[in-house]
Design a protein around this ligand. Structure first.
Ligand code: F3S
Length: 68
């Protein structure tokens, strides 16, 4: 599958606000303590709006959108 959007996760910046998850629980996975799981997230085209909203909702700027 081809992706045009990827979310780069900066786990060291995550403070567990979980706003990303509140916007898009299917895209952003948190651990048991509410911190984002590490690893880049490839976003399907149909999920781009939700991924973008979730990434922009993070007050710590832990989620960086990369368009490929
Ligand atoms: Fe962490 Fe930001 Fe989400 S602080 S849990 S990446 S809203």
């Amino acid at each position: 599958m081809e992706y045009r959007m990827r979310v780069i996760v900066h786990t060291s910046k995550c403070q567990g606000h979980a706003r990303c998850w509140a916007q898009a629980p299917e895209i952003f996975n948190l651990d048991d303590e509410g911190y984002i799981l590490p690893g880049a997230i490839d976003v399907e085209e149909r999920d781009e709006l939700f991924a973008s909203r979730g990434a922009r909702s993070c007050p710590e700027r832990a989620l960086e959108i990369d368009c490929v």
